[in-house]
Each structure stands twice: as C-alpha cells, then as structure tokens.
Design a protein around this ligand. Structure first.
Ligand code: ADP
Ligand code: MG
Length: 594
C-alpha cells in the first residue's frame, strides 16, 4: 500500500498473531468461517441500525456476502454490504484487541480446541494470516464518508491505513482481499473446495452468500447480484430482451451457496445432533456443546413463531453475582431476518438468564423502539411459551436421564430455587424440579417422591434447615431423631435459599412443610390411646413444668411436655412464627458484621 499512515501493533498482537498462525496450521480452513461470521455480524448490525434509521440501507440495498477466488492473481476477495468501518474503526477493530485475556487465551490454547477459541477471544480476523501473507481490507460506512484501506502482512510488526487509491468502490460495507501464500493457492483457489467450506461454515449465517463460480468472465467487473423480488420476477419477461440476456449471463456466474433454508426453519426430524450443536456454537459463540435443546413451533395469538431453546452445559461463572449481565443469550429474528439480541434486561426473568433462546417470529411490529418491542403482546406471549417449554425440557431430562439431570441440577439448582421464589406463575412447574437431601436415601429426592413415600395419615413434609451445614450435621440434630424414630422422612435443607423457598412454597401436593425445630409438628399416627397416655403424663409432670417455667421465664416463652423425643431429655424449639435457630444465627452474624 503506497503512502498512507503506518501504525505499530501493540506488543501483544504481533505475538498473538504468530501463535494463532502456528497453532492452527492444520486447521487453516477456519479463516472461511471467521471472515464469513464477521461479514454476517456486519450485516446484522446494519439491519439493526436500519430499524431506527432506514436511510442507512440506501447506498447498497442488497444485504449479502460475495466471495471471489481469482486464480490469476492468487487472491480471495470477500465482500459484504454490512456496516463497514471508518478509518478509526479499521485501526481500532483490526489493529488492536478489544478483549483482555491474552494469557487466558494462551493457557486455553495449550489445552485444546484453538479453532473455537479464536472466535471466543475476538481473534477471528487474524485467522486471515493462516492462508494469506498479506491482507487488504477496504471499508466504507453508510454516510458519505471516504473509503479507507487497511493493510497488514503476516509476521509484520504493524499495519498501514490509507484512503483507498481506487476511490469509493463500495457503496457501503467491507471488502477483504487475501493475497494467498503460495502454499495455500492450490487448495483455496479451487472453487469446489471453497464452495464446500462455505457450505460447511456458513449454514447458520442469515445473510445470503454468493460465490463467483466461474473463471470465464472477468470476476472484478460484476457487483453482487440483486435477488429479484417476486414482483420483479413477474415483470422480467416484459423487459428489454438483450439486457435480460446480459444480466442472466452475469447472474449465472453468481451461485447462491447457502441456499438451504436456515436450520431453525427445517424440521427436527431432518436434523442431526451435530447440526444442533454446531448451530448453538455458531449462534451463541459457545465453545462447549449444549446439554439439551428443544426446537418447536409455537403460536403467540396473533402470530406464529419458531424457537430453539438451548440449555448450556454450565452457568456463566459470575451468574450469581449482582452485576451479572448476559451477553449473547437471545436472538430475535422476524421472518428470517435478524432483528436484535437485546430485548432488554432479563427478558426471560433473571434466573433463566443463562438459557439460550433463538426466536423467529412471523409477524411483529418493527417500527417501534426496543423498549416498546419488548412490551408487545406477541413477545410477552412468546415469553410465557418459552418459559413453559424450558421447564418442560428440564422435566423431560429429569424423567429420561436422571444422571444428566443431577449434573445440570448441581449447577442450576440454586437458580431454579430463585425461580420458585420469584416466579409465582411457573412456581408449580419449578417446584417439581427441585431436589433435596433426605433421610430416605443417599441420593437427593424430588418432592413428588417424598409425597409418594408418605405414611398413612401424614399431613406434613418434615424438614430441618441449616444453611451451610452438611446433611450429616443436620441428621444428628435432636429435632430430627424423634421423626426418624417414628419412621418418617426428613428433608435436610442445606442451601441458604431453602428457608426463603419454604416461605414462598408453604405446601406441596396438599402437605404442609414443617420445620422440625419449630412448634406444630404433627404425626398422622397419633391415636387416642397415645392421647390418653399423654394426659396422664401431663398430670404427673405438671409440677416440674411449673417449676421450669418459673426458673426459665427470662429465656423461653413456654415450657411444654413432649412425647417427641426418644433419647434427648429436652430440647429448645422456636415458635411457629418465631425465627428458627438457623435464622437467628444468620441474623446475629449480620448484626455482628454491621
Ligand atoms: P470479533 O468478531 O469476535 O469481534 P474479529 O477479530 O473477528 O473479532 O473481528 C474484530 C472486529 O473487527 C469486529 O468486532 C468488527 O468490529 C470488525 N470487523 C471485522 N470484520 C468486519 C466486517 N466485515 N465488517 C465490519 N466490521 C468488521
Ligand atoms: Mg469475528
């Protein structure tokens, strides 16, 4: 690039570029995926901008990507009519690294899949240097700005930026020219090879991708074809004959490569697990395969929609932190066109803000801002539908694959409990998914199983709460012994959120939750003979009770005779409406901290 300004790379970048190139040497194909995904991102951005500023679409109405391989000059040229970049953006986006985490990237690279990592760490563009020894990026934004060129060489310590000497050749968008390394030419200038790579990597891009499929015409002359609208197709016959022939000739050289309907529009029976996993990774920029998914058609009153729900294999590390914001959790399309990945904070509710959802709606009013978009009736209805489907999917895993479910639950259990506390509409669905440690088994149990095991006449589900204590510690509590001695089951609530949960969910299947450390424990097998015995005992011990009441007046509300203990002589309980010992400890700790 003659003239222009020279810039030095930050020290890290030159090194990272070399690492990427040497590590992915056997995976050179990924440059196709990364550059197409950038082109697709740029097109999605321009569509989003067009919602509030339709003028942005004016210079180049056709939103697509074109790929040319020119054997004579050893170049591959990828053009998109997306947002484009200004001079400053070329320098900032292609010449610096936005995301920190270089050392994290390098560590992970030693462990495994580098080709997925470059996408995750925002290093996709540098994959160009896997196959090119020089890369030229011309770009122009929508306004009447000038067209600039960025150029860099593999192994270079810097890059150059200049006004494009050719003038404004692009209406709007970006043109990436890869000057192929001699050893990459044979492979990547082959149109068949390129086609299969585009098909493999571009299936999930929403933009049409055209490949120049011939070497017989000068590939530099034609611009991207215009896909005729239905109306235009109908009127083609009336138009000038010669012009039509010429146009047809040109158009015939442009081949639409990703012509299959996008994955979400196909039928689940025609799709493989691998299809779904790849779609997940590509759409949500995830490295690991999802745990489960559900793909369905739905109805939101006035409009139909299709959706895909994915349960990722793990929650984000900072999910339970107050400042968590989900990136990339949602994709909203309208009639196959990407609209937004931002429906405002917590569209699905905070506790579900780690599930990935993809929605394509048939009909949605789009001339409204994002805030009102979220409030449209259709989206509110879709939200309810999605929530139900998500909980159904959980339930399905629990029924079909308990092992998988317990793996999932170990990560998402607390989020589900938060859901049961906060989402009263779905509470019944969520509560069925909860699992608790129990005296009845070494495994955790569902509440449905607790109810199934109940003894005749039992009207309560017994539990003891002790946040931060282990199941074994709780099991040794004297409150528990009497219940177990009678052959009843006790749940051990070890999670800090459990007591809050019981406050929101006081009963399950008609049985009332009963804290065994509080008043009110009832057994279903108390018969009249026992009552008679108790009367007798009450008379016998009346003097002792009166004495204790007097002596302990300062410390306790009341003293009662109990038949609930077997080996401990006495115990101190909290009143039904009092704090449990556990809550008191929590409160004391909080007060001490103030
Ligand atoms: P990532 O896509 O993860 O951000 P990349 O290295 O692939 O990382 O791209 C870096 C940045 O360069 C992008 O975020 C985008 O701002 C810009 N960019 C790359 N390719 C294009 C393009 N074709 N059109 C517009 N901007 C682009
Ligand atoms: Mg990218």
């Amino acid at each position: 690039l003659a003239g222009g300004e020279s810039f030095a790379y930050q020290s890290d970048i030159a090194r990272l570029m070399r690492v990427v190139v040497s590590h992915l040497y056997h995976d050179r194909d990924v440059f196709v995926r990364e550059l197409l995904s950038n082109a697709n991102d740029a097109l999605e951005k321009v569509r989003l901008l067009a919602l509030t500023d339709p003028k942005i679409l004016e210079p180049a109405e056709q939103l697509n990507v074109t790929v040319l391989a020119d054997a004579a000059s050893g170049r591959i040229v990828i053009r998109d009519s997306g947002v484009g970049m200004t001079k400053e953006q070329l320098a900032a986006n292609l010449g610096t690294i936005a995301r920190s985490g270089t050392s994290e990237f390098l560590e992970n690279l030693d462990k495994g899949d580098g080709s997925n990592l470059i996408g995750q760490f925002g290093l996709g563009f540098y994959s160009s240097f896997l196959v090119a020894d020089r890369v030229t990026v011309a770009s122009k934004t929508a306004d009447k700005s000038e067209q600039y060129v960025f150029e860099s060489e593999a192994d270079a310590e810097g890059f150059k930026i200049a006004k494009d000497p050719r003038g404004p050749t692009l209406g709007r968008g970006t043109e990436i020219t890869l000057h192929l390394k001699p050893d990459a030419r044979g492979e990547y200038l082959d149109v068949n090879k390129l086609r299969s790579l585009i098909q493999k990597h571009a299936e999930y891009n929403s933009a049409p991708i055209f490949l120049w499929s011939s070497t017989s015409l000068d590939p530099w002359a034609p611009v991207a074809p215009k896909t005729p609208t239905e109306e235009e197709e109908a009127t083609v016959e009336d138009a000038d004959e010669d012009e039509n022939v010429a146009k047809a000739d040109e158009a015939a050289q442009w081949e639409l490569v990703n012509d299959r309907p996008p994955l979400w529009m196909r039928e689940p029976k025609d799709l493989t697990e691998e299809d779904y996993e790849n779609f997940f990774k590509a759409t949500f920029k995830e490295a690991d395969a999802p745990l489960a998914w559900s793909h369905f058609k739905g109805d939101a009153g006035s409009t139909a929609f299709r959706a895909l729900i994915y349960i990722p294999s793990a929650l984000p590390n900072d999910f339970y932190s107050k400042d968590y914001v989900s990136l990339n959790s949602l994709k909203l399309f309208v009639r196959r066109v990407f609209i937004t990945s931002d429906l405002g904070k917590d569209y699905l509710e905070r506790h579900l803000n780690w599930i990935k959802v993809f929605i394509d709606v048939d009909d949605l009013p789009l001339n409204v801002g994002r805030d009102s978009l979220q409030k449209t009736r259709a989206l509110a209805q879709i939200k309810r539908n999605l929530q139900k489907r998500i909980y159904d999917l959980f339930a399905q895993i629990a029924a079909k694959d308990p092992e998988k479910f317990s793996e999932l639950y170990s990560k998402a259990g607390t989020a589900l409990k938060v859901g049961a506390v906060e989402d009263s509409k779905n509470r019944d669905r969520i509560v069925k998914l909860l699992r608790f440690a129990t005296s009845a088994s070494n495994e955790t149990t569902s509440l449905e199983d607790v109810v199934a095991r109940r003894k005749q006449g039992q009207t309560q589900i017994y539990f003891i709460a002790g946040a931060g204590q282990t199941k074994d510690q709780l099991a040794r509590s004297p409150f528990v012994e009497r219940i177990l001695a009678r052959g009843y089951e006790v749940l051990y609530m070890t999670d800090p959120i459990d007591e809050m949960l019981i406050n929101s969910v006081p009963t399950f299947s008609g049985l009332r939750f009963q804290d065994v450390a509080k008043d009110g424990v009832k057994f279903g097998d108390e018969d009249e003979a026992a009552d008679a015995d108790e009367d007798e005992l009450r008379t016998t011990f009346a003097p002792l009770v009166a004495y204790l009441k007097k002596e302990l007046a300062e410390f306790v509300d009341k003293v009662t005779l109990s038949t609930r203990l077997t080996t401990s002589p006495c115990l101190v309980t909290a009143g039904t409406f009092g704090y449990s010992g556990n809550m008191e400890r929590l409160l004391a700790a909080q007060n001490a901290g103030q």
